[in-house]
Design a protein around this ligand. Structure first.
Ligand SMILES: [Fe+2]
Length: 543
């Protein structure tokens, strides 16, 4: 854990009277800082708004949420005018967007060592409530963000609306999908990986990210800041809390644990590169300080960033957010190499079903098993496993023989089987798998045995197309879908996100897709709609 917990001062005039130390602690916010820090004499006037890359919130529970910002007066140049000074800034939270009702405020540190990012863990909030927040520094003010707490874990909840999104590759298009997502009246966004891409560019690009290959700490920081210069993404972060996990491109294409994958850049010390990437991810996401399992110095080589965890939304749903990159074993049988991604014939790969191999790592698997066991008692209606890659078998060889992607769950078949078995052993109610990575929309069923089409259906799966990242197109897709009958829908043309509305009786999922990611302004439509009734692991397409 990081050294010292700094409690901010409470400068509120309308905060309820606080009588005890415990009350006081409830109303203050904690920011984790190293043992020594210096505070700059904050500038009072700014030529460029230092909140140029916006605000965000996330990691909510029923009494707390993380508020985020990063001071960056000139995001386009990547220049940080605060240099090595730590900066103290003001936060404000209220029940209303005019900051009149229950306004409270305080100071929080933006540390130079964390790229002047702020992670304010606001505690003592009421459950199931919306809040408004903003930051201030000198004469500069951030945009106003809106966030919410989850309902109490025992509360009966009528409805929950979430969106799932992934894969926002800068050079493949504009993030206009978020402009539409902001109109969806969501409680929560689940981001399922590839928030940035580390690439220098792409063929047939729409626009190019400056800076070339992303390898250094400042490269990673600049790439996140670049993504956040897009107003639609900023606006969506300000709209509601996000739960975020990552996939490979937040570090490097196809990496597995501490084994580098195939990216185009030259990496001499992958463990150090991964640590830099993890630090930049922490700096730009609304994560809790508890994600930093060691001191910041510990983020040197190979250090862990703990991003998996679970969040309950009343009695209606439980979310298990997984990390299938950081702890995984290396991929197998990629054209004779034992790492990197590729299409593999499992019959030609001795390692394919090796039960020793893990996608989540032993500790996370154990945690997930225990969480599934605990779910028996909590009896929440929906158990949503939010992770980065497609879960169901996806055989791309049409006709006899098999060709499976070794980088997703297919490449870790024994691990997938253990997880499916754990769902069944614990009679997990209504499992819903959400995923990303493949740049295609896939909708279907979680099978008791992924290789037996006549085995029992255990749950349902929705895997998203991504915000912009390109895919191969639909020409072979109908045949591939027929090859994998546990899926009922696939589309490889259109980009966007999914909206899932949960009630105690059913879920409704809409696949929302934009007309053309190459246009900064583009229309959205519903590609397909689906329904799942509670108690029946069967997904139906709706008219
Ligand atoms: Fe991706």
């Amino acid at each position: 854990m990081v050294g010292l917990i700094l409690k901010s001062t409470d400068a509120s005039s309308q905060t309820p009277t606080l009588h005890t130390r415990r009350d006081w602690l409830k109303w203050t916010a904690a920011a984790a800082v190293p043992l020594t820090y210096s505070v700059s004499s904050a500038q009072t006037s700014f030529k460029h708004n230092p909140f140029s890359i916006g605000v965000a919130s996330g990691s909510p529970n029923h009494h707390s949420v993380v508020l985020w910002t990063r001071l960056m007066p000139d995001a386009a140049s990547g220049q940080d005018t605060f240099a090595t000074n730590d900066v103290s800034l003001t936060w404000e939270v209220a029940d209303d967007e005019h900051f009149k009702v229950n306004r409270r405020s305080g100071q929080v540190m933006a540390l130079a060592s964390l790229a002047h990012s702020v992670h304010l863990e606001l505690e003592g909030l009421q459950s199931d409530r919306w809040y408004f927040y903003r930051f201030q520094l000198g004469d500069a003010q951030s945009t106003i963000g809106r966030t919410r707490t989850t309902p109490h874990p025992q509360a009966i909840v009528q409805k929950l609306r979430i969106a799932y999104a992934s894969c926002q590759r800068w050079e493949h298009g504009y993030f206009s999908a978020y402009e539409h997502m902001a109109q969806e009246n969501l409680d929560l966004v689940l981001f399922l990986g590839d928030y940035i891409y580390e690439y220098a560019g792409a063929a047939n690009f729409v626009r190019l990210p400056p800076g070339g290959w992303v390898t250094s700490l400042s490269d990673y920081r600049n790439r996140y800041a670049l993504q956040r210069t897009e107003k639609s993404l900023q606006a969506m972060h300000a709209q509601c809390p996000w739960l975020v996990t990552w996939d490979d491109h937040e570090v490097s294409n196809d990496y597995a644990g501490l084994v580098r994958g195939f990216s185009g850049n030259i990496t001499l010390d992958f463990e150090a590169q991964r640590a830099r990437a993890y630090q930049a991810f922490y700096e730009h996401m609304p994560l809790r300080a508890s994600a930093l399992t060691r001191s910041l110095e510990g983020l040197a080589r190979g250090a862990e960033l703990r991003i998996y965890g679970e969040v309950a939304f009343g009695k209606l749903a439980n979310f298990y957010l997984l990390d299938d990159r950081q702890y995984r074993d290396r991929q197998v049988c990629n054209k004779g190499l034992n790492f990197g991604s590729g299409w593999v014939d499992p019959d030609q790969c001795e390692e394919w079903l090796n039960p020793q191999r893990s996608l989540l790592g032993a500790q996370q698997e154990q945690w997930l098993n225990q969480s599934f066991a605990n779910a028996r008692n909590s009896s929440r209606v929906w158990n949503v496993v939010a992770q980065q890659t497609i879960f169901g078998r996806r055989d791309y060889k049409i006709g006899a023989g098999h060709s499976l992607w070794n980088d997703g769950w297919d490449g870790y078949s024994a691990a997938r089987q253990r997880m499916t078995q754990a769902m069944q052993n614990n009679a997990l109610r209504n499992p819903v798998l959400l995923g990303g990575d493949v740049h295609e929309n896939w909708v279907g069923h979680v099978m008791a045995d992924a290789y037996q089409d006549d085995s029992a259906k255990v749950g349902v799966e929705f895997c998203g197309a991504g915000i912009t990242a390109r895919s191969a197109g639909n020409s072979k897709l109908p045949k591939r879908l027929a090859e994998n009958p546990h899926f009922i829908f696939a589309d490889s043309e259109r980009k966007g996100y999914g909206v899932v509305e949960f009630t105690a009786k059913q879920i409704h999922t809409s696949l929302r897709v934009v007309d053309d990611v190459r246009q900064p302004q583009t229309k959205i439509e519903t590609l397909a709609k689906f329904e799942v009734e509670a108690g029946r692991p069967q997904v139906h397409r709706k008219a």
